[in-house]
Design a protein around this ligand. Structure first.
Ligand code: SAM
Length: 441
């Protein structure tokens, strides 16, 4: 292992193949999330601080995701097992990661319990700020193992611990979905499938299924363009991925492009385009003249990379969709407004989101998206279509926004799926997205 200057480790004594090394890396990532960083950014930072091979990186990522999926439960247990909040945050995170590995999932454990305890103590010894906490880590984890049934029974009485969501999120789901809230929360706790979008310019769903089967990869068609892999695999092992035969995209996100009724020659705006998932799909469906706009320059590079892999092109611009300084005054036939939102509908893919969000975020983001819609509407041709999309399940960002927009002069609401709730059911497996379609009369 090569240690860089920002590394959490005191020395180089942990081998990357040890569980201790992986627990320490995961605890570092979970600490960064506790301090407000997103999990993907936290993992990138961790991997830039220590050198770890692909297997160690995969394991660190796996433990960090697994821990955040159970954060309500492991936080509850940590509170019950300690007399005062563990400090520094790294200590709390190491306990969270170790406890997450000690709790059986479907009656199985990833590691032998005493291996986890022993390796968590080793990790504490090797982490610069935790050397003195070795004894505490050992005592807390061993006590959990001794009294596990009692602690888990108490956790089942606590709503945050049993649902693994912040209390406000659970209450908001109950209010918005009095009938379906439990199914929605459960769906958000699952491990997401790897779903592909087949590029109809290059192949068909049936031909792609055959190609994947021939490569020994089990998959099934779950939509007109969607293929779900039975077992997720790394992107570089997906047949035809580098050649642009397929892209990774959830089945619900694949509904956007077909809703717009695109035809060759149309001038189309994708106003919040990065990383370019829906932009790629629109370009696959018709020979359109696409302006892909996004405020975030760093994310715009991802559009470029995605389109290059697919062999497609668009005019990619940095710009703020609440302003018009990037607009050349020629009207669009279609506009996709995939507005910024809390991402509350895609949390099975991003288990950190529920812990990073504040309850007030929905309202603040809905104000931004209202400004975006107001700004874009004059840019649409009469007879043109505007699709409002969000990846949120909160009505304030979605249905309320669409209702307010329907009051715009000349905005005719057309049939569209509306709120899709996250669903995990074999062939019907998708995130929670929202679509409202408008025609300018
Ligand atoms: C839900 S993501 C879009 C996903 C994308 N349509 C896709 O399918 O891959 C929302 C995007 O809106 C961008 N965004 C946020 N506020 C914006 C604004 N005022 N103007 C333009 N883009 C904005 C964010 O940078 C982010 O990339």
């Amino acid at each position: 292992m090569v240690k860089h200057k920002n590394s959490v480790f005191t020395d180089n004594r942990l081998a990357p193949e040890s569980l201790a090394f992986r627990l320490a890396g995961a605890a570092d990532a979970v600490t960064r999330v506790a301090k407000g960083q997103s999990l993907p950014d936290a993992l990138t930072a961790v991997f830039s601080d220590v050198s770890a091979d692909a297997a160690a990186r995969g394991a660190i990522q796996d433990i960090a995701y697994h821990t955040l999926r159970q954060l309500g439960l492991v936080s509850f247990l940590t509170r019950k097992l300690t007399t005062r909040p563990p400090e520094p945050v790294m200590l709390q995170s190491l306990l969270h990661c170790a406890l997450a590995l000690l709790i059986p999932e479907n009656n199985t454990l990833r590691y032998e319990p005493y291996t986890t305890v022993d390796q968590a103590v080793e990790a504490a010894a090797a982490i610069r700020v935790l050397r003195k906490a070795k004894g505490l880590v050992n005592a807390v984890l061993r006590r959990f193992l001794r009294e596990q049934p009692n602690f888990l029974k108490a956790a089942r009485q606590d709503s945050e611990a049993s649902w693994n969501y912040p209390g406000w999120w659970i209450e908001q789901a109950q209010q918005a979905y009095p009938v379906h809230w439990k199914t929605i929360l459960s769906a958000g706790n699952g491990v997401p499938p790897l779903t592909l979008r087949v590029n109809v310019r290059k192949t068909t769903v049936n031909d792609y299924l055959e190609l994947a089967e021939a490569a020994g990869i089990g998959c099934m068609a779950i939509g007109p363009y969607a293929v779900k892999l039975i077992q997720p695999i790394p992107v570089n092992r997906i047949p035809g991925f580098m050649e642009g035969l397929v892209s990774v995209q959830d089945a619900a996100a694949q509904l956007a492009a077909p809703l717009l009724g695109l035809e060759d020659g149309m001038k189309v705006l994708d106003a919040c385009a990065a990383p370019g998932g829906k932009a790629g799909h629109m370009l696959e469906m018709a020979h359109i003249d696409l302006l892909a706009l996004d405020r975030d320059r760093r994310r715009l590079r991802m559009i470029q990379e995605n389109l290059e892999r697919l062999g497609l092109r668009a005019d990619i611009k940095t710009g703020d969709a609440t302003r018009s300084d990037w607009w050349d005054k020629s009207l669009f036939d279609c506009i996709l407004a995939d507005v910024p939102c809390t991402a509350s509908g895609i949390i099975r893919r991003h288990p950190d989101i529920r812990w990073l969000r504040r309850q007030s975020d929905s309202h603040e983001l809905s104000l931004v998206s209202a400004r975006i819609l107001k700004n874009l509407w004059p840019m649409l041709k009469p007879g043109g279509k505007l699709l409002l999309a969000t990846c949120s399940i909160w009505p304030e960002e979605s249905e309320r926004q669409a209702e307010a927009f329907a009051a715009y002069s000349g905005a005719l609401r057309l049939p569209a799926p509306g709120q899709l709730l996250p669903t995990v059911n074999g062939m019907n497996d998708h995130d929670g997205l929202f679509y409202a379609l408008f025609k300018k009369t």
